[in-house]
Design a protein around this ligand. Structure first.
Ligand code: A2G
Length: 389
């Protein structure tokens, strides 16, 4: 969507994968969906070095709304959990230098059963969000059908534009239509949305993560060309820092998300995140790759039984290359490759090669020099290559 926003993939935090629809503030006050939780995460984003690195959005997901619209037909927050109102919450988030995102659903109800945005409330809701100071809207797709979606997503895009407030627009539309043409029109999505969920929801496991990676690899010829500045494929949130991924598996997610030019939306508890996960997510070279200004989504360029090689071209003739081992065979898999085999041939003088996630300088390589490494089971090696030319 050519609204000047999200020229690089958005970075920030969303509650859904980690906090779900926890509304029990009585028994679980620190973890229920409430202004208290959002403020706490805003404090962490601003205070613990995240914002400085680019993690600037703090978004609501489902379960913020009251069960009924107000007397004027506007969405309103649950009064117990958001006693100060959404405008005050957005102001708080902005006072930290962050941006604020909200969630609605194009349908009669949200996925968790709260009031949705119907075709005849689109204009009202867009106006309400703009008045509240919202910077991003995710519009989900439960409880509606294909024709409502076909009418409603373009209509919301236009309504947001009409508010005059820059509001990034995240569309769940393709995920509800199977993610592929002819049911999904990616050319249209690129015109009306800044990002879109192609596929089902991530869960806190390696199986879920790997399944998503495979979907992006298997359908890359369709989805890779449509991504670019202002329009991104969204494979869902970063789940590292939670319960399901090992250290090596956590590195797989960030490496692949960086190569895929995917949004870096964390969904973990920033108050208790481990130093290990924090160090992975705060790796400056990783973020540099994810945020590359060319905005070209990477592709899987080779696949054998357990190894996959993914490559993303970056500005100034640089590249990122991820080698993933999806096997569970106990020993790290030794690999030998060359720049020539990777198709990185432009600079005959050679390239400096770094391993991003372990922060290693591996040396300078010419086109046929063997590059040797080992890839742990369900693990990854992420190379950054900088030409000497
Ligand atoms: O509703 C859907 O399942 C969403 N999925 C998920 O991300 C979350 O927002 C949830 C809340 O009830 C998609 O947007 C595809």
């Amino acid at each position: 969507l050519d609204n000047g926003l999200l020229k690089t993939p958005p970075m920030g935090w969303v509650p859904w994968e980690r906090f779900r629809c926890n509304t029990d503030c009585k028994n679980d006050p620190d973890n229920c969906i409430s202004e208290h939780l959002i403020k706490a995460m805003a404090d962490r984003l601003a205070g613990d070095g995240w914002l400085r690195l680019g993690y600037k959005y703090v978004n609501l997901d489902d379960c913020w709304a009251a069960n009924k619209r107000d007397a004027q037909g506007r969405l309103q927050p649950n009064p117990e959990r958001f006693p100060s109102g959404i405008k005050a919450l957005a102001d708080y988030v902005h006072s930290k230098g962050l941006k604020f995102g909200i969630y609605s659903d194009l349908g009669s109800k949200t996925c968790s059963g709260y009031p949705g945005t119907t075709l005849d409330t689109i204009e009202t809701d867009a106006k309400t969000f703009a008045e509240w100071g919202v910077d991003m809207l995710k519009l989900d797709g439960c409880f509606s059908n294909s024709s409502i979606k076909a009418a409603g997503y373009p209509k919301m895009s236009a309504a947001l534009n009409k508010t005059g407030r820059p509001i990034a627009f995240s569309c769940s539309w393709p995920a509800y239509e199977g993610g592929l043409p002819p049911k999904v029109n990616y050319t249209l999505l690129g015109k009306i949305c800044n990002l879109w969920r192609n596929f089902g929801d991530i869960e806190d496991s390696w199986d879920s993560l790997f399944h998503i990676i495979e979907w992006y690899g298997n359908h890359q010829d369709i989805i890779q060309p449509v991504a670019g500045p202002g329009r991104w494929n969204d494979p869902d949130t970063l789940i590292l820092g939670n319960f399901g991924l090992s250290y090596e598996q956590s590195k797989v997610q960030v490496a692949l998300w960086a190569v895929l030019a995917a949004p870096f939306f964390m969904s973990c508890n920033l108050r208790t995140i481990s130093t290990e996960a924090k160090n992975i997510l705060q790796n400056p070279l990783l973020i540099y790759i994810n945020q590359d200004n060319l905005g070209i989504q990477g592709k899987r360029i080779a696949k054998s039984q357990h190894l996959e090689v993914w490559k993303r071209p970056l500005v100034n003739g640089q590249f990122a290359v991820a080698v993933m081992n999806n096997g569970t065979d106990g020993a790290p898999k030794p690999i030998v490759t060359t720049l020539g085999l990777l198709g990185i041939l432009d600079c005959k003088a050679g390239y400096k090669v770094y391993e991003v996630l372990e922060k290693l300088f591996m040396g300078t390589y010419k086109l046929n020099d063997p590059i040797r490494t080992k890839v742990p089971p369900t693990g990854v090696v992420l190379f950054f290559l900088r030409p000497l030319c």
